[in-house]
Design a protein. Sequence first.
Length: 406
Amino acid sequence: MNLKLNHIPNIKDNVLQITGSKSETNRLLILQSLYPKIEIENVSNSDDSALMQAALKSTNEVVDIHHAGTAMRFLTAYFAVKNGRETILTGSKRMQERPIKILVDALRQLGCEISYEKEEGYPPIKIIGKNPETNKVSLAANVSSQYISALMLIASSLPEGLEIVLEGKVTSVPYIKMTLSLLKDVGIQGSFENNVINIHPLKITLPKRVVVESDWSSASYFYSIVALSNNKSVTLGSYKQNSYQGDSALAEIYRELGVETTFHDNQITLTKSSVSNDLDQLELDLSNSPDIAQTIAVTCFGLGKACYLTGLHTLKIKETDRLEALKVEIEKLGGEVLITENSLKLASSKSINSDISIDTYHDHRMAMAFAPLALRETLLINDADVVSKSYPDFWNDLKKLDFKVL
Ligand SMILES: O=C(O)C1=C[C@@H](OP(=O)(O)O)[C@@H](O)[C@H](O)C1
Ligand SMILES: C=C(OP(=O)(O)O)C(=O)O
């Protein structure tokens, strides 16, 4: 499905309910499978969460998780310690290019049996479930925090729990803290200090009801929309000030880009304010919030502001090479972008080319990050249904703000 977004001069103020965080949901789904007395509210309606639910119910030998990174990583650990079960875990063409060796090697240290079906280090993998032989593991922490969360999520089901030693600079730290917080919410004790994580075993469980906060990465697109609007506001539910999600840093980051956030009654209201004239170039290290890099780069482009984003070393192994994709698409629109292995530099600009077709590279965030530019020019979004990976209602929600989605 290709979409046309006609240029609109402004949006309508409105209130939107955003689906539950896919990161929180996919962690809780694994925990619920281990401890069925857990109840989850505000479950994400994303494809990635539906795929996780289906995989956990499946009794088939082959489990296909398509594009869902968290499902791939979390289920690798989950099936590896399911004694006696044989599973072939596979995914989309892109998933077969996203590395998994660090996690597989860590699970092998525990005595798990995992082999590669095609290319060494990448899915698909064959897992023969085993009871782990030790309670200590170490792994590189600079490539993806999802490997670490995967181990944390199964740790309490092991007889002696698990000590996880993190090597090197730890990336995407808030996602590790989110995992620990959710473990604690369901009654699992653990700690994360000086690059060592300890998770205690849990045998007896009491009923627990956990409410998933709505998805902050999805909220980022509305920050961008308000930043590019004239004196407008959007209210989003259900959010809290003390979030487990690192992408809640948006509230702070977008203050510089002219958006004020107020927290009230379980909601946030984003209101347009002025962008400081002193802001020549927005400089940010996004190693804690990789998923909002595309949104921020495109907002800056829409505002004509320069930005220098660093800490982006994980972007090359996500749904697409997001650094390359951003460069190509922003340059089609007339921007000037320099990328390295871990950074993106956007020059300030004065105009935006109109009627450009944005390619989305099977990446939901490419479609959603570029959509707010309709407040500047008419644009086309190719394969617009990619948004369902995290936010199936995205285009409908844009219509509620008066976007002309054709
Ligand atoms: O644990 C999670 O839920 C996630 C961790 C991050 O991945 P990396 O740790 O690979 O950066 C993030 O990009 C992804 O969308 C979700
Ligand atoms: C990177 C993402 O997801 P995953 O790694 O879970 O596929 C994302 O949602 O931006």
